[in-house]
Design a protein around this ligand. Structure first.
Ligand SMILES: *Cc1c(COP(=O)(O)O)cnc(C)c1O
Length: 363
């Protein structure tokens, strides 16, 4: 008798490994700078809204996600009917793969692209096609050159993770214009709120102007709600209709819906977090550069810091760990010799700069 066999592709998946650290408690709890979480936490209004739901845990959540979709639509000036919410933007990415990819199809992402694109693609039975980047920046011509009649999806984060780099809006526009109509362009805006570049569009104009573009967003990064798992997608009515057929009817829990709604409406707090992030990101980049550690101009809430080689990066990682600072080794993203460091609060950021400056001085 043969054992049960999963669908093709599933055993090719290398399970995702999240950022280390941060799950302990007490005074010796390490400072987690490995998952791009918001060091300032969510809006106090979100915490309040979350607690209020505790009085009504027996009731199923609103499967239509109406209040949260309306709040997102109000704040970002979107059509609420063309928004779908998920258990993290991860779930939206997964729904997209289930709906549009499958055996015999291909999906494209760039060499330093987010690991979940390939994982969800393989689970759906599709073949990931990885294209090179140009000095850690997305190369639109490389993507276009990889498109075949089997291509169904192109995944692109701008700013990208783990590089933190941003490419020009004109390049994104060119990609959207040049893709064949049967290919869905997935613009992953996990870090969109942090971008302060004039003329930047996280995908809203592109979605409004095309039938084959979807923008995904998350409450896990600037909104500080990683524990609750909330994300959303914005696309044409046809794509949203498809994703609504694929998703579970109650895929986002009531406490998550309530907290996310309060968080997105607290525009002032979000702006405060964005400004603090920019101040400390630029400060840290300068300090590390002065210590001999370069990083590309960064547009998210992290730096991708380059060391001479992997051995030096490992030693630096150890030096940071010894000070209770947990960062992310990104050699698995084809970035050997690099550490991705989330921008923490002032004290954590100063501790990172101090530790790495001393590390470099002693080498
Ligand atoms: C963090 C991240 C996400 C998604 O996170 P969720 O918590 O599932 O919303 C998606 N894409 C990129 C590039 C990310 O860095």
């Amino acid at each position: 008798m043969t054992a049960p066999q999963p669908q093709p592709g599933i055993l090719d998946v290398t399970p995702y490994v999240g950022g280390d650290g941060g799950h302990g408690t007490g005074a010796n709890r390490p400072i987690k700078l490995s998952s791009n979480e918001n060091p300032l936490g969510p809006s106090p209004n979100a915490v309040e809204a979350y607690k209020e739901v505790a009085g009504d845990l027996a009731t199923y959540p609103d499967g239509g996600q109406t209040a949260l979709r309306r709040a997102i639509a109000d704040i970002y000036k979107l059509d609420a009917d063309r928004i779908v919410c998920g258990a993290g933007s991860d779930e939206i990415l997964s729904l997209i793969c289930q709906a549009y990819a499958g055996p015999g199809t291909e999906l494209i992402h760039t060499e330093h692209g987010f690991a979940m694109y390939s994982i969800y693609g393989r689970i759906a039975g599709a073949t990931p096609v990885v294209v090179p980047e140009d000095e850690r920046k997305t190369d639109i011509d490389a993507i276009l050159g990889a498109v075949t009649e089997r291509t169904r999806l192109v995944f692109l984060a701008n700013p990208n993770n783990p590089t933190g780099t941003l490419i020009a809006q004109s390049e994104i526009d060119r990609l959207a214009r040049s893709l064949p109509p049967h290919v869905v362009l997935v613009l992953d805006g996990a870090y969109a709120e942090f971008v302060r570049e004039p003329g930047y569009d996280p995908g809203i104009a592109l979605v409004d102007g095309a039938r084959n573009v979807i923008m995904t967003r998350t409450f896990s990064k600037v909104y500080g709600l990683g524990s609750l798992r909330v994300g959303w997608g914005y696309a044409s009515a046809e794509i949203i209709d498809v994703l609504n057929r694929v998703r579970g009817p109650f895929n986002v829990a009531s406490p998550a819906l309530a907290a996310a709604e309060a968080a997105v409406r607290d525009v002032e707090y979000t702006e405060h977090c964005v400004i603090q992030n920019e101040i400390w990101r630029e400060w840290l980049a300068r300090e590390l550069s002065r210590a001999g550690l370069p990083s590309d101009p960064a547009h998210g809430n992290f730096l991708c810091v380059r060391f001479a080689d992997q051995a030096t990066a490992n030693a630096a990682d150890m030096a940071l760990k010894a000070k209770g600072l947990i960062v992310r080794d990104v050699s698995g993203y084809n970035l050997p010799g690099c550490l991705r460091i989330t921008i923490g609060d002032e004290s954590a950021t100063r501790a990172v700069a101090r530790t790495l400056t001393q590390f470099m001085a002693e080498r």
